[in-house]
Design a protein around this ligand. Structure first.
Ligand SMILES: O=C(O)CCC(=O)C(=O)O
Ligand SMILES: [Fe+2]
Length: 331
């Protein structure tokens, strides 16, 4: 990118060009002082200046190339170009909460006082679930998903309904594997899942100033495993922007517990709140809980995973007891 020129170029003081346009005092007086040395000393002065100019040109080209690369990188990785990091992968957040005005999405649903969002926003915390709990929860997902897995890049395991991605479809884990499920998962696995759900529920209630007992777990609540394999069906297309309340209906509060680390376990796959001006990204980190009100004040998407494998659990809550579901039990 060449700088725009306006008017005649101005030769810098002491440059060869300035000297050429100025057969005047300094040059004349130098010639007068050393007539025999003149030609050779001017050459000596010009040579380093040529080199200097070459270097300047090279530096300017280099700077342009770097800027172009930066812009390209921004446009590829940065979605619409501008993003701000709400939660960086390497920070350990005790709790970050950003309030945003509630959308009108809740008005068309039955309201539950003391639960239905009046205060909307989004929060991220690394202090609710330990990395060890995340590692153990992830091993539940790994065990379950090792029994199936989508042909495309996105697989799910829902311990509540039993839904498991297999090829281009879903099977019911409990029906398909029957009693063998007890050889796959342990009672401790299910207990851990319930404990984690409970801790996340408390964190959400606290952040939004509501009672935890007014929240009910709702469906779908599920594990996701995403890799860079090309999508085969619409179920694999996880990257579209969406509003959870519109997509899932019963959701009032969405939470995501991340089970792997952005840039260590996978690339791409950042979570993004879509906003005019600048999108806000949450970089997944094992044990990180991201939660938000489910209306269109929190339109979001997940970037395509470019390499590696990304694990997460979507845990959703509703204020409507009719839409509540029970914790899974190992029967
Ligand atoms: O995995 C994520 O980060 C987000 C998933 C999501 O948006 C959803 O399950 O609705
Ligand atoms: Fe979502």
């Amino acid at each position: 990118m060449a700088p725009q020129r306006r008017g005649a170029p101005k030769a810098p003081e002491g440059s060869g060009a300035a000297e050429r346009r100025r057969p005047n005092s300094q040059a004349v007086s130098r010639r007068m002082r050393c007539p025999q040395l003149c030609t050779c000393s001017m050459k000596n002065v010009r040579a380093p200046r040529e080199t200097q100019r070459k270097w300047l040109r090279a530096a300017a080209l280099g700077a342009c190339a770097a800027l172009t690369a930066l812009l390209l990188w921004g446009s590829l990785g940065g979605d619409d170009g501008v993003t701000e990091v709400l939660a960086h992968r390497s920070e350990v957040l005790l709790g970050r909460f950003i309030e945003v005005p509630c959308s009108e999405d809740y008005d068309s649903h039955r309201r539950f006082e003391g639960c239905s969002p009046r205060k909307c926003g989004r929060g991220v915390t690394d202090a609710v679930i330990t990395r060890d709990e995340a590692r153990r929860i992830r091993s539940i997902a790994e065990k379950g998903l090792s029994l199936g897995g989508s042909d495309g890049g996105a697989s799910i395991l829902d311990l509540h309904s039993g839904a498991l991605s297999v090829g281009r479809h879903f099977v019911n884990l409990y029906r398909y594997f029957g009693d063998k499920v007890q050889n796959i998962f342990s009672e401790e696995d299910f207990q851990l899942y319930r404990d984690v759900r409970q801790k996340v529920q408390l964190a959400i209630a606290q952040a939004f100033g509501i009672s935890a007992s007014s929240l009910y777990l709702t469906k779908p609540t599920f594990f996701s495993r995403i890799n860079s394999t090309e999508a085969r069906t619409a179920h694999d297309e996880y990257w579209h922007a969406h509003v959870d309340k519109v997509t899932y209906g019963s959701f009032d509060y969405t939470s995501l517990l991340y089970l792997s680390d952005y840039l260590d376990d996978f690339g791409g796959g950042r979570f993004m709140f879509m906003e005019e001006g600048a999108n806000k990204t949450v970089e997944p980190r094992a044990g990180r809980v991201s939660f938000f009100t489910s209306g269109s004040e929190n339109l979001h998407r997940v970037e395509k995973v470019l390499w590696g494998t990304r694990y997460a659990v979507t845990i959703a809550f509703t204020c409507n007891p009719d839409h509540g579901i029970a914790d899974p039990v190992l029967t």
